[in-house]
Design a protein around this ligand. Structure first.
Ligand SMILES: [Zn+2]
Length: 125
């Protein structure tokens, strides 16, 4: 799938995050303080990535999860900004999601820190 395809599908803000790995400003995303039950899907390919059951309030200003769904997330070493971080991407379409850190709650100890613009929520009915 070409990048142009995503330009049609995404807002300019979402395109910058998903396809160019920008980061939305903290506390501005629509899912930061969002607690309905359902799944968060990839904004680009619509595969389910995270469940509300693993969402928690990390206080960092971005939606945070302690686990991801199935095997839909890829992990890449990110050495930008003079830091060693682990970038997370959608495994199916390479969309940038955010980063994963080792300071999350039990049972995983992981904090998946995700841009709201990378996600589309589907409520469980
Ligand atoms: Zn995707």
């Amino acid at each position: 799938m070409s990048q142009d395809h995503y330009k049609d599908k995404l807002s300019p803000e979402a395109y910058a995050v998903c396809r160019l790995a920008a980061t939305e400003r903290p506390f501005t995303g629509k899912y930061n303080d969002h607690w309905l039950e359902g799944n968060y899907h990839c904004a680009c390919c619509e595969r389910p990535l995270f469940s509300s059951a693993t969402k928690f309030n990390a206080g960092c200003g971005w939606p945070s999860f302690y686990d991801c769904l199935d095997d839909n997330v890829a992990y890449l070493e990110d050495l930008t900004h003079n830091m060693v971080r682990v970038e997370i991407q959608c495994k199916h379409c390479d969309s940038h999601l955010g980063h994963v850190f080792d300071d999350g709650p039990a049972p995983t100890g992981k904090r998946y820190c995700v841009n709201s613009l990378s996600l589309v929520f589907e409520q469980e009915l």
